[in-house]
Design a protein around this ligand. Structure first.
Ligand code: NDP
Length: 259
């Protein structure tokens, strides 16, 4: 399976300053089947040196400031993106930005749980709500080949984690005891499923994905996957999503994960 966004007008990625978000941009600019517009958002573009370098040699990359926990920033980003995509709307929103605060039963605090929920659970919902008019415009303007749901038309892809699976947090799977992070991703899974219920009649695909355990600042050096390995596979899965994947929880190889 290969990554193919050639019929997709626009993709927006949150948290594209580093890690998996940056790797998504790098991968897309490196293939000929890329979307026409790659909107790479970062809360502080000035410090996102590598992203700036990519944008310099790739006019299809548009860097837009977006701090996902800040409603003023979200509104400004919607205006900017609206002027970039025009009446075609936004086809694919990838809510990738997230944080992880290491915590166990002893060390978890109200503050760190609230902060984690703000970034990982609440923000993807409010970013999606803000971009809905642009997603709706895309759903009305674009079509899928042989189906009704796809990233070429309109889609919300939420980057979650296997650590958000309630079922897998048991026995051998219960190794990372990160209360806030696990709960925030379980919450994101439910947010995605609820969005899937609400947006189904409008043909807007909503899927939640796990990128694997990856060598980034968050994943650490001991992770088994490189960002290239994770993202080449994840983007291949995402670019091939259809209505059968709507409201589902998939890993980077396209396998269904238990909630
Ligand atoms: P990193 O910590 O390497 O990067 C996180 C990214 O999110 C950065 O670009 C960061 O921006 C951005 N970000 C954080 N908070 C905000 C905010 N308020 N507004 C805008 N951007 C923000 O993490 P990864 O790349 O590894 O993770 C990406 C996603 O994948 C996350 O949702 C994570 O939970 C998920 N994931 C990662 C796994 C892994 O093994 N790496 C495993 C499973 C899931 P800045 O540079 O400004 O801080």
């Amino acid at each position: 399976m290969s990554v193919n966004f050639v019929k997709c007008n626009s993709v927006l990625i949150t948290g594209a300053s580093r890690g998996l978000g940056l790797q998504m941009v790098k991968h897309l600019v490196g293939i000929s089947e890329r979307p026409k517009k790659i909107i790479a958002t970062a809360r502080n573009p000035a410090t996102a040196q590598e992203l700036q370098q990519i944008a310099k040699s790739h006019p299809e990359v548009h860097i837009v400031p977006l701090d996902v926990v800040n409603d003023v920033s979200i509104e400004a980003a919607v205006q900017k993106v609206s002027s970039i995509v025009g009446p075609a709307g936004l086809n694919c929103l990838i809510n990738n930005a997230g944080i992880a605060i290491v915590s166990d039963l002893n060390s978890e605090t109200r503050d760190s749980m609230m902060k984690t929920f703000q970034s990982n659970t609440i923000s993807p919902l409010f970013v999606t709500k803000a971009f809905l008019p642009l997603l709706r415009a895309a759903a009305a303007a674009a079509v899928c080949d042989g189906g009704v749901m796809c990233v070429n038309r309109a889609a919300v892809i939420n980057v979650s984690s296997v650590l958000g699976s309630v079922q897998l947090n048991w026995g051998k799977g219960a190794v990372f005891k990160v209360y806030g992070y696990r709960a925030s991703k379980a919450g994101l899974n439910m947010v995605t499923r609820s969005l899937a219920v609400d947006l189904q009649p409008e043909g807007i695909l909503c899927t939640v994905v796990h990128p694997g355990w990856v060598q980034t600042d968050m994943g650490g050096k001991e992770a088994p996957l490189t960002p290239e390995e994770s993202i080449s596979s994840l983007l291949a899965v995402v670019s091939a999503l259809s209505e059968k994947d709507h409201g589902q929880f998939l890993d980077y190889e396209g396998k269904n994960l238990p909630w």
